[in-house]
Design a protein around this ligand. Structure first.
Ligand SMILES: *Cc1c(COP(=O)(O)O)cnc(C)c1O
Length: 431
């Protein structure tokens, strides 16, 4: 499979190059040259396949012969070593829990798969040593750190804003050691991101280190997210109803992977992009006008994105045709108060505790089902409620049980280097 630049259809690269580079020239996104179709037989017999087998069938055309079968299966096995259950909430609503991975958020799958692929390409030979440089506002850093931990030939440097990530998130970033270094930046997330961008265009640094990024625009982080929808379908096929998925969306990588799975033949009927007040896509589907805005801070902070990078990939899936897109995609947006009320309501009515992101997904699904009662709806729970402990406990008025893996990380010692400006980052990278 070749990947083409969305800005220049003549620029085509291999899977390996797309993974190593992350972005095409001019900061454009890579997109698969064609979308493979899987046989209807495969979908009808999904219950006979293990999750590793399903994932292999879904991803193999995208990787091609660049990673041999055994190695690809090994990467998938390591990435997918936890469960993806659909938990029933009510008669026509279920939630797909994506938080059973090592850092309790759905980004573990994308980060693990990318780490596996990049590690494989480094081991194979001619790339040399690589430094993954990434800025995080919370969940990305932990997932990337965990995914790349101990991967030979790859160093990971994570920048996070001092005092602006949750205690759990900070521990997940700073306690791993080995090839993972955490830099605690005196500033906010935008400062972290600016420093990272500057480092990528600094020729003195690139002469010394080969830098790559691990954010969600990388095809190796984006594509494996389609597995979730296959795993869910396997559990939902017996419903014999039309299926809708509501995806709490920020950068739109997750939902875009779901829509890709549908084009590969997965029998999903409708998608709902559920937004917090960062609602550029909700507004677009209403007005046909795409008007990005500066992001605003909300309690579902992993979705505080003003300009969703992956939305161009969704447009590409539909040849930029508004009408065909709007037949398969609805979008709704909710305030923090509405989100809190949903957490409270679902706890009271169904005794299920949602995190703020899942709650936004639940709200979008409810609004869709009100108009389309013939559907069975699934919303994605993208993070464990414990990752947003303060908000959730305050709303439900109860303690949330802390999983053992978190207790363990909370007892480890934080190790980070504090930096205040770009010169200090550069010093660190030039060592
Ligand atoms: C990253 C993240 C999202 C948003 O996913 P996108 O693919 O960027 O749309 C939603 N919820 C949680 C908990 C996240 O960490």
């Amino acid at each position: 499979m070749k990947y083409r630049s969305l800005n220049d259809k003549n620029h085509k690269v291999s899977f390996e190059d797309a993974v190593v580079r992350g972005l095409a020239p001019g900061k454009a996104l890579y997109f698969p040259e064609d979308i493979p179709k899987l046989s209807p037989d495969f979908f009808q017999n999904l219950d006979k396949y293990s999750k590793e087998e399903i994932a292999y069938e879904a991803i193999k055309a995208f990787v091609g012969d660049e990673i041999e079968k055994n190695s690809l299966q090994e990467i998938l096995k390591k990435t997918l070593n936890f469960e993806f259950p659909v938990v029933p909430i009510s008669e026509n609503i279920g939630t797909l829990e994506l938080f059973h991975g090592p850092t309790l958020a759905f980004k573990d799958v994308g980060a693990g798969f990318m780490a596996g692929c990049l590690g494989h390409f480094v081991k194979k030979g001619n790339l040399g040593k690589i430094t993954v440089l990434v800025a995080t506002s919370g969940d990305t850093g932990g997932a990337v750190a965990n995914g790349f931990l101990g991967v030979e030939g790859i160093d990971v440097v994570i920048l996070y804003p001092k005092g602006k990530v949750s205690e759990i998130q900070e521990k997940q970033l700073t306690t791993l050691g080995q090839n993972i270094t955490a830099l605690e930046v005196n500033g906010n997330f935008d400062d972290c991101q600016d420093m990272v961008k500057k480092a990528f265009s600094d020729s003195e640094i690139s002469a010394k280190r080969q830098l790559t990024s691990a954010n969600s625009i990388n095809v190796a982080r984006w594509l494996p997210q389609m597995f979730y929808y296959f795993f869910a379908y396997k559990q939902l096929a017996e419903k014999k109803a039309k299926l809708a998925f509501s995806v709490p969306s920020g950068n739109f990588g997750n939902i875009c992977a779901g829509m890709l799975a549908k084009q590969m033949g997965l029998p999903i009927d409708h998608f709902i992009a559920s937004n917090n007040e960062n609602n550029v896509v909700t507004r677009y589907l209403k007005s046909k006008e795409y008007a990005p805005k500066q992001s605003v801070q909300t309690i579902s902070n992993a979705m505080d994105v003003g300009t969703p990078s992956n939305f161009v990939r969704i447009l590409e899936l539909f040849d930029n045709e508004f009408n065909s897109l709007s037949q398969q995609l609805s979008s709704f947006s909710y305030s923090d108060d509405e989100t809190r009320n949903a957490i409270k309501e679902v706890k009271q009515k169904y005794n299920y505790v949602m995190d703020p992101h899942g709650a936004v997904g639940y709200l979008g699904l409810q609004d869709f089902l009100a108009e389309n009662p013939e559907y069975y709806g699934t919303f994605l729970e993208t993070a464990h409620p414990v990752k947003f402990l303060e908000t959730v406990e305050e709303v439900i008025g109860e303690k949330v049980e802390i999983p053992d893996s978190i207790k363990e990380v909370m007892n480890k010692e934080k190790k980070s280097f504090e930096i205040s400006d770009y010169a200090e980052l550069k010093d660190f990278l030039m060592r």
